[in-house]
Write a protein that binds this ligand. Structure first.
Ligand code: PEP
Ligand code: MG
Length: 830
């Protein structure tokens, strides 16, 4: 994101939302997130109709037009008019930095994005967009525009560059040159050309390329259009020539890039990747199979006998319950689905519609589902927002039960990478791990129930990949579920790199029985691996995976997806099932972390303008003492005979901790008064996930028996970047030195007060961050057990002193990327 801010942004104005999305995806294949691209496409509420809208275009320009400016690409007629009108709606300063270009929208966007990513100025990027058809025209032998003609011959090349890129003409005697044949079967196509431009921009050198075989060029290595005009095919000999201070280095690097796809000296990740959201670790590579749903069309017909139709709906609900029951058996998600199937907001609403409007059952239920889904969609909390998929899952099952149709299934064939559209939990549960190499969900996110199921099934997965993977096309795909990288039709070099990563993972995978929840660093220091769990089957899987204990039991699962508050006995029963899975091992139970955005219907909470900063976590628990004390009693009762500890979420002041301690005392006294057997005393710790708690950890240590650092919230609050926000993924990175400095502060306070400090946010299971955390003094990491292998590998062979040195370095850099690089550099051989 920070990189994008200094570059020229692009606005895609199209009558068609689909066209703009696909164009953005193509451009991002070249540049990833390096360039800010905004779409202003389609008309109507959600842009589904064909048309353009000046106000939407104006907003898009304002979004991407930073100090470097913005280039606007448009499709046909009305789009141009709307874009011109949009300029009347934005600030004159922004207008001065905005260029409307007559370049073709698809080719222009790709060329302009690459030029912008390579640091091109506003005029250079606009020129690049304008000239984007030139290579095509030249290749087809059609009348060449001025640019194509200019780049086609050496003499004219200098002239064209003088206009577009001032440095180009200065060839000196100190030039360095190399000739090489193109090995890539597809020739110098757009993606390698884009990589070459990006790399070339990093050198203090003037670089040209010439196709010796065809006599085209030389052209500057700064323009995708210019490189395309070389028409370089496999076997053609290219001459690279550079002058300037770093000429030799530039030629060495670019020649290696052209020959091998990446410089021989580089140990960077494979090229041409683009990032989606990491969901489940692992590397997958194979043929693409699309998961196709066959939900029957729901007719809007009326019925003569509403009572019989309501009965039909009830029977369908039973059938759907059986269907989902068989798909989700043994998962913690089943309860939530069953609760939705009898949720009055769905069932009563549908039945009253049938009675009122005499509509058919499928139509009535579908309407109720739409209304419920819309509520979830508007929630601010990404975890709860992700529950929308559950609602659709249930809706689809009921419609299938009423109208026929089968659940989405994979066609027969060899194991494949499955591309899905907002994968639902039951679809995820039905995936046969033996047939599925990996999953790319074009929508969805890391906290959906489908994501949770994929993680526990050990299926590598990424989500939110619409920008990287169009909704059709692509024969093969690769993905790295730990990094979020996705490749559609990866080139041979990338394929080799992915195979190498797969082999490395296979070699490092160890049987769970080989783990006892502790790993030793090279110096002998022990690091403990604990598990984050949310329900009984999670807990059983975590125990099997060899977790030392439960480091974070999220109790929200007990409260979500239901219409009424769970009773104390019901809570105790479920908790006891979870605790039983970790009998004899330590278990950290977090009190309810809801409120504000996690708006449980039965709590009847007030709407808040900024829910993630509202009455949530411990604030809500203290505002609802009966709710808190019932939960504490249930925890104490279920905890009898177990090594449980209580963890308080979202603490921001010491008073909150003492208030919870007092509530815990009351819960104990109430149980003692009735003679109910229960666990007592219990250690009480706090989540450190608000910057104030991290900064005041020395004071809080007087109240808290232990600290558990929640890097997910701590990162969002420290960087003011909403977690799960699709555009702030890079900013909300727990490797940011600001977050690491807070972690250090907590570790220091914890050590001084002899309070154990663990990390239970996603960072603990992130192999790029865990070594930094250990280097800062953390010895207890709690994560999703599927991350154990990766974290063990990331720490293998390192000593604490080495990690401490790297962590020290990471504390002193500018951003998360540099902090991660500190770790990556230390692992590079040599
Ligand atoms: C965190 O914020 O890091 C955390 C572990 O809590 P949650 O993800 O449940 O908010
Ligand atoms: Mg949190």
């Amino acid at each position: 994101m920070s990189g994008a801010a200094g570059r020229v942004g692009l606005v895609l104005v199209s009558h068609s939302r689909a066209l703009a999305e696909a164009t953005e995806a193509l451009a991002r294949q070249m540049t990833g997130e390096a360039v800010a691209i905004a779409r202003a496409a389609g008309a109507g509420d959600d842009g589904a109709e064909l048309g353009t809208d000046a106000t939407v275009i104006a907003a898009a320009i304002e979004r991407v037009c930073g100090p470097a400016g913005a280039v606007v690409l448009m499709d046909i007629g009305g789009a141009i008019l709307s874009a011109e009108t949009a300029l009347e709606l934005v600030d004159p300063d922004i207008v001065a930095r905005t260029r409307l270009t007559d370049g073709p929208i698809v080719e222009g966007a790709i060329a302009a994005a690459v030029r912008s990513a390579a640091g091109g100025t506003l005029d250079q990027v606009a020129a690049e967009a304008r000239l984007a058809l030139a290579p095509k025209a030249a290749q087809l032998g059609e009348a060449e525009g001025p640019a194509a003609a200019a780049w086609a011959t050496p003499a004219a090349a200098a002239a064209s560059v003088a206009a577009g890129a001032a440095a180009f003409t200065a060839a000196t005697d100190a030039a360095v040159a190399v000739e090489l044949a193109i090995a890539d079967p597809s020739g110098l196509h757009a993606r390698p050309a884009a990589r070459l431009i990006t790399r070339a921009a990093a050198f203090d050198a003037t670089i040209t390329l010439e196709n010796v075989t065809t006599g085209r060029g030389p052209v500057p290595a700064s323009s995708l259009i210019a490189l395309a005009s070389l028409g370089a095919r496999r076997g053609d000999v290219l001459r690279l020539r550079a002058t300037g201070r770093q000429a030799a280095k530039a030629i060495e690097t670019l020649a290696a890039l052209l020959q091998h796809g990446a410089p021989a000296v580089a140990t960077a990740p494979p090229p041409a990747s683009s990032h989606a959201i990491p969901v489940a670790p692992g590397v997958a590579l194979g043929p693409v199979v699309r998961l196709v749903r066959s939900i029957p069309e729901v007719p809007e017909t009326t019925v003569d006998d509403p009572a019989a139709e309501a009965e039909r709906l009830r029977r369908a609900l039973d059938l759907a319950a059986q269907d989902l029951g068989s798909a989700l058996r043994g998962t913690d998600i089943l309860d939530a689905h069953q609760a939705l199937l009898c949720d009055p907001a769905l069932v009563d609403e549908a039945i009253s519609r049938i009675e009122r409007e005499r509509c058919n059952a499928a139509w009535a239920f579908r309407q109720a589902i739409h209304a419920a889904a819309a509520i979830y969609r508007q929630l601010d909390d990404p975890y709860l927002r992700a529950r929308e998929a559950d609602v659709h899952d249930v809706g689809d099952a009921v419609v299938r039960a009423l109208l026929g149709g089968a659940a989405a299934a994979l066609p027969d064939g060899p194991p494949a990478v499955v591309v899905a559209e907002d994968l639902t939990p039951s679809e995820a549960a039905r995936l046969d791990a033996a047939r599925v190499l990996g999953v790319i969900d074009r929508r969805g996110g890391p906290t959906s129930h489908a994501a949770i199921l994929l993680r526990s099934a050990g299926i590598p997965a990424v989500a939110g990949a619409a920008a990287q993977v169009p909704d059709t096309g692509g024969a093969r795909a690769g993905l790295d579920g730990a990094t979020g990288e996705v490749w559609l039709d990866p080139d041979p070099e990338t394929t080799r790199e992915l195979e190498r990563r797969q082999a490395a993972l296979r070699a490092s995978r160890r049987p769970p029985s080989a783990r006892d929840g502790r790993l030793r660093l090279a110096c002998g220091r022990e690091v403990e691996l604990w598990a984050n769990v949310a329900g009984p089957s999670d807990a059983r899987a975590a125990r099997q995976a060899g977790a030392l204990g439960i480091g974070l039991l999220r109790t929200e699962m007990l409260f979500l997806d239901r219409v009424d508050e769970p009773g104390e006995d019901e809570q105790a029963e479920l908790l006891a099932e979870i605790f039983a899975a970790f009998a004899g091992a330590p278990i950290v139970v977090r009190t309810l972390d809801a409120g504000g955005d996690k708006s449980l219907p039965y709590l009847d909470l007030e709407a808040e303008v900024n829910p993630s900063l509202g009455v949530r976590g411990v604030r809500l628990s203290l505002a609802r003492p009966a709710l808190l004390e019932a939960q504490l009693r249930a925890i104490l009762v279920a905890g009898r005979g177990h090594d449980i500890r209580v963890l308080v979420p979202m603490v921001s002041t010491a008073a909150e901790v003492s208030a919870v301690r007092a509530a815990l005392e009351r819960a104990h006294e109430a149980l003692a008064a009735t003679g109910a057997a229960h666990r007592w005393p219990v250690a009480t710790g706090i989540m450190v996930e608000v910057p104030s708690a991290a900064l005041m950890a020395d004071r809080l240590a007087r109240q808290a028996d232990f600290f558990s650092i929640g890097t997910n919230d701590l990162t969002q609050h420290t960087l003011a970047a909403e977690r799960g926000h699709p555009r702030l993924h890079a900013l909300a990175d727990p490797a940011h030195p600001a977050v690491l400095r807070l972690v250090r502060a907590v570790v220091e306070a914890g050590h001084a007060a002899k309070r154990p400090v663990s990390v239970c946010g996603e960072a603990a299971g992130d192999p790029g961050v865990a070594p930094l955390l250990v280097g800062l003094g953390i010895t207890r990491l709690s994560m999703c057990p599927s991350a154990f292998d990766a974290v063990e590998d990331a720490l293998a062979g390192a000593s604490f002193a080495e990690l401490a040195a790297i962590a020290e370095e990471a504390l002193a850099v500018d951003d998360a990327a540099a902090a991660r690089a500190a770790r990556a550099a230390a692992r590079r051989p040599g």
